[in-house]
Design a protein around this ligand. Structure first.
Ligand code: BTN
Length: 179
């Protein structure tokens, strides 16, 4: 399974996701989903830990969230999974695996491709799944929901850029998508 050192890295990334949840969210008037910084932690987790350990780190975050208010706005996991933002949170679980799949299949060649892999997995995947759930939850037309989610793209793209730059600096000590 995982070594103690790897499990420490998993716990460190879960801690980072939780810390980023303390930063206040920015509410949007037209949809019941705020702009947050916590998804930067999810992106970094995928980048730094890869598929298996990254998924474990996100699962750990969700499990801790059952007992403690670790989400932005001091929310816990169960109410979030029953609310309008559940789609984004479910998609969080797949970010490390999706990123890792792309990284291992041609996207590791240079920093631009790594950023593109993170954009596809950590931005487009999350925002698309989130928008589909939001449409179902609010009974808003899917097109309207997808269009309203475009508001997240600039900020999420900047988060993906920041995460990529951080991983370029620290990848030797952290990134290992093979396990
Ligand atoms: C929660 O209820 O805490 C989850 C909020 C999810 C917000 C999503 S994540 C992707 C997109 N980018 C943002 O800044 N906000 C939404």
């Amino acid at each position: 399974m995982f070594s103690t050192k790897e499990l420490v890295k998993v716990a460190m990334m879960t801690t980072l996701i939780i810390i980023l949840g303390f930063i206040p969210a920015i509410p949007l008037g037209f949809i019941p989903v705020p702009i947050i910084l916590q998804n930067l932690g999810i992106m970094l987790t995928g980048l730094m830990l890869g598929g298996k350990k990254g998924t474990l780190s996100v699962v750990l975050f969700l499990v801790i969230g059952i007992f403690l208010p670790v989400f932005s706005g001091s929310k816990t996991t169960i109410p979030v999974l029953m609310g309008p933002s559940a789609g984004y949170v479910i998609a969080y679980l797949f970010v490390p695996l999706a990123f890792s799949f792309l990284y291992d299949n041609g996207f590791a060649k240079n920093t631009l491709l790594v950023f593109l892999a993170l954009f596809l997995s950590g931005v487009l995947l999350v925002d698309a799944v989130g928008a589909i759930w939001l449409a179902a939850y609010t009974r808003m037309p899917l097109t309207a929901s997808l269009l309203s989610n475009v508001v997240f793209i600039p900020g999420d793209t900047i988060k993906a850029l920041i995460a990529t730059m951080i991983s370029v600096k620290y990848k030797d000590s952290f990134l290992n998508t093979q396990n």
